[in-house]
Write a protein that binds this ligand. Structure first.
Ligand code: PLP
Length: 415
């Protein structure tokens, strides 16, 4: 279900006509529907009503403070991958004791900060990291709650850049090393062994990789039990896909039901780390058509947003829908929708049928996840503002960067 729709030829989200936002904030700009975020979070939460659980939203998908605050108010936990993300969670009134800290290269200062805030758990990705966390906890006379991220070694049949559950990649710990590592951890004085975690990839659109992975990890949990290591929770990571084009991902409920059908023991708290499936549908990126250009027999639609604003099409050859803010009776042509950045790879969408004129506005949909957060200042382009809609109200939740800010921390050598 999409939260945006046309009414009398105009594109709306919740109870706001999107062109009404543009007169205030300009383009390009990101717009998020709070209701869409809440609906997705609650879909996970209600599907898990009868099993002890914790939903730890993956902050990296969209880390705007207003988005995090919306989720914190629902009682969400958070999955972070840096000290910066922990600081954001705290600034957004999230609870540190509901935070799991993932990531393959945590720095000592980040670990100390997380220990002092008393986070829920460190998801450890190597033997070296276990030793480091134990040493730091000892030095500060604290106890570090931990889980190991194990690679279940199932192929998520997804894009190579975003397949993370296989044996040979930088993430996680080899399945075969799991038991000895848990035994080592149990002996460490400043480590508290709490759980187990995996995360096999992103934008997965079928249940089978999740089911295969969970089954393998449940077997491992049994084996650990037989050597005297009893875990309190199973963290199944994130990765549930959304519909960008014609994918048919399972709903949060279908996904949860499939997991629960594996007979997860009631004493094992289930933790989830959804990112994209919470915020992906909730966001759109609005851009203005600068000009139309013909080159050979190709038509280009040149817009004021670019790969620096939305990297997914360039980085993953990802397809996101592009629709006009106003339905118009114009001739439909096929365009490559491209940005002004000096790279041939700078496109938002190829071969799109659009009825548009220069000056029109377009919405790039499903841009709530891995959109703004991956934006950069390449070509000295200020990053776009972000707006949140709530019913008939909308609010600027991040201002457009100014040109001045772009080089405010740069200095001439000879000054
Ligand atoms: C990125 C990530 C997530 C979230 O993934 P989505 O595909 O956005 O749901 C969850 N857990 C870990 C460890 C991650 O790296």
């Amino acid at each position: 279900m999409k939260h945006y729709y046309y009414k009398s030829g105009d594109l709306w989200a919740e109870d706001v006509r999107l062109t009404d936002i543009l007169s205030r904030v300009g383009t390009p700009c990101y717009v998020y529907s709070e209701a869409a975020i809440i609906k997705q979070w609650q879909a996970f939460d209600s599907a898990l009503a009868h099993h002890p659980h914790k939903i730890c939203y993956a902050v990296k998908a969209n880390s705007n403070l207003a988005v995090l605050n919306t989720l914190a108010q629902l009682g969400s936990g958070f999955d972070i991958v840096s000290g910066g993300e922990l600081a954001r969670v705290i600034a957004a009134k999230g609870k540190p004791n509901q935070v799991v800290f993932s990531g393959v290269g945590k720095q000592a200062l980040e670990i100390i900060q997380a220990l002092k805030y008393g986070i829920f758990c460190f998801n450890i990705e190597s033997a070296a990291e276990l030793q480091l966390i134990n040493q730091l906890a000892e030095h500060h006379n604290l106890l570090a709650p931990i889980a190991f991220r194990i690679n279940p070694d199932v192929d998520p049949k997804s894009h190579p850049y975003i397949s993370t559950g296989l044996k040979e990649n930088k993430f996680g710990i080899d399945f075969a090393q799991a038991i000895p590592l848990y035994q080592d951890a149990k002996k460490l004085k400043h480590i508290e062994v709490k759980g187990i975690t995996f995360h096999i990839g992103s934008q997965l659109t079928s249940l089978s990789p999740f089911i295969d992975a969970t089954k393998r990890i449940l077997t491992l949990i049994e084996q650990l039990k037989s050597v005297g290591i009893n875990l309190q929770y199973l963290d199944v990571g994130g990765g549930l896909g959304i519909r960008y084009q014609d994918e048919t991902p399972p709903s949060p409920k279908a996904y949860i039901d499939a997991l629960l059908a594996l007979c997860i023991p009631p004493e094992l708290t289930l933790i989830l780390e959804p990112g994209r499936s919470i915020v992906g549908d909730a966001g759109i990126l609005i851009t203005q058509v600068l000009l139309l250009k013909q080159a050979g027999n190709k038509q280009f639609c040149i817009v004021d947003c670019a790969m620096n604003d939305l990297l997914r099409p360039t980085l993953y050859q990802a397809w996101q829908n592009i629709i006009p803010l106003k339905e118009q009776a114009l001739k439909t042509l096929q365009y490559d929708v491209v940005g002004p950045v000096c790279e041939s790879g700078d496109f938002l969408g190829l071969s799109r049928r659009l009825a548009i004129e220069p000056g029109d506005y377009l919405a790039i949909t499903e841009a709530g996840a891995y959109g703004f957060v991956m934006s950069s200042n390449y070509n000295s382009r200020p990053r776009a503002p972000e707006v949140m809609i709530k019913g008939e109200k909308f609010k600027l939740i991040r201002e457009r960067e100014t040109i001045q800010e772009l080089f405010a921390k740069e200095y001439l050598f000879n000054d």
